[in-house]
Design a protein around this ligand. Structure first.
Ligand SMILES: Cc1cc2nc3c(=O)[nH]c(=O)nc-3n(C[C@H](O)[C@H](O)[C@H](O)COP(=O)(O)OP(=O)(O)OC[C@H]3O[C@@H](n4cnc5c(N)ncnc54)[C@H](O)[C@@H]3O)c2cc1C
Ligand code: FES
Length: 280
């Protein structure tokens, strides 16, 4: 029997590129094999390896909704070798994709509950599929209200502006608060850091899950505010970004204690994180 090589990337084509911020682009991608594209399924929070042929590969979260069947999306910040090479590609370019990998936000346990999403900058990328999954017509009745608190350094650094400023606020049961770090001309919204804004908004902890992702400093101070508001560690989920190579729990590059972030994560709740050695 022929066994498929789990490390072999599938050929894929970039069909569209959206410039989100100065250094973040969203790449809309289709797998070249129509059967593979039709069979593709991912869950909110999962990741995939993207390769630029002749350059290398890197792990990214799947930024598109699991309910979108025609393409997958990655939002990629230009950081180094692979990401700079991806940023130079144009629609029509060929890349490799392998995945989806890892666990996901617990969308079954979240059923019947409200959701508080807290994102900073490109940290909204793994949270976006969770929101879009929950507001999809086929799923909306299964979930309660969704509150989204999203901040970035400046207006130009906010990703997914169409969803953040239009689609999500116009969806019944969804409230969006946005903030930027410092005042700027033309911005009439909130100014200040995300943790302080959370303290100001005072979201209630009852019957609610929290999904948070962003710069470590934002997460650290936001968690203190959530604790003051009465949120428990079991309610709060985040995603980790350790260095990765294989992505499938074989090479040992991403482990924290006995857990492989690529396979057992990247999504963890705070209670589970407290059980791990502080290596992340
Ligand atoms: C589970 C997971 C999900 C991710 N999701 C996204 C995403 O949705 N969008 C996105 O833009 N990026 C994401 N990343 C980060 C992305 O994988 C790295 O930015 C990428 O590997 C950098 O590759 P490069 O060749 O361009 O950079 P390199 O040339 O390898 O490195 C450039 C710089 O980035 C640092 N670096 C590289 N990888 C990491 C890492 N994993 N953590 C911290 N620092 C690193 C290097 O030390 C160096 O300073 C994710 C990473 C993981 C593990
Ligand atoms: S990346 Fe190889 S074990 Fe996680």
């Amino acid at each position: 029997m022929k066994v498929a090589n789990p490390l072999l990337p599938q050929p894929a084509t970039i069909i569209d590129i959206i410039q989100e911020t100065g250094d973040v682009k969203t790449f809309r991608v289709v797998l070249d094999d129509p059967d593979a594209m039709a069979a593709w399924r991912h869950r909110p929070g999962q990741t995939a390896m993207v390769s630029v042929f002749g350059v290398g590969e890197a792990m990214f979260c799947l930024a598109s909704s699991p309910t979108s069947r025609d393409w997958i999306e990655f939002s990629i910040r230009r950081a180094g070798k692979v990401t700079t090479a991806i940023h130079q590609l144009e629609p029509g370019a060929k890349i490799g994709v392998r995945g989806p990998y890892g666990n996901s936000f617990p969308v079954e346990a979240m059923r019947g509950n409200d959701l508080l999403v807290i994102g900073g900058g490109i940290g909204l990328a793994p949270l976006r599929p969770l929101v879009n999954f929950m507001i999809a017509p086929e799923n909306r009745k299964d979930y309660g209200n969704i509150e989204i608190i999203y901040g970035a350094r400046s207006y130009g650094d906010l990703c997914y502006k169409e969803e953040v400023f239009r689609t999500w606020p116009e969806t019944p049961g969804v409230t969006v608060w946005t903030t930027i770090d410092a005042p700027e001309e033309g911005w009439e919204g909130h100014v200040g850091f995300v943790p302080a804004y959370v303290a100001e908004i005072k979201p209630a902890p009852e019957n609610k899950f929290v999904a948070i992702c962003g710069p470590p400093v934002m997460i650290k101070f936001t968690l203190k505010e959530l604790e003051k508001l009465g949120f428990k560690e079991e309610q709060i989920y985040t995603t980790l970004e350790m260095r990765m190579k294989c992505g499938i729990g074989k090479c040992g590059r991403c482990n924290i204690g006995a857990k492989f972030v690529c396979r057992d994560g990247p999504v963890f709740n705070l209670a589970a994180l407290k059980e791990l050695p502080p290596e992340y």
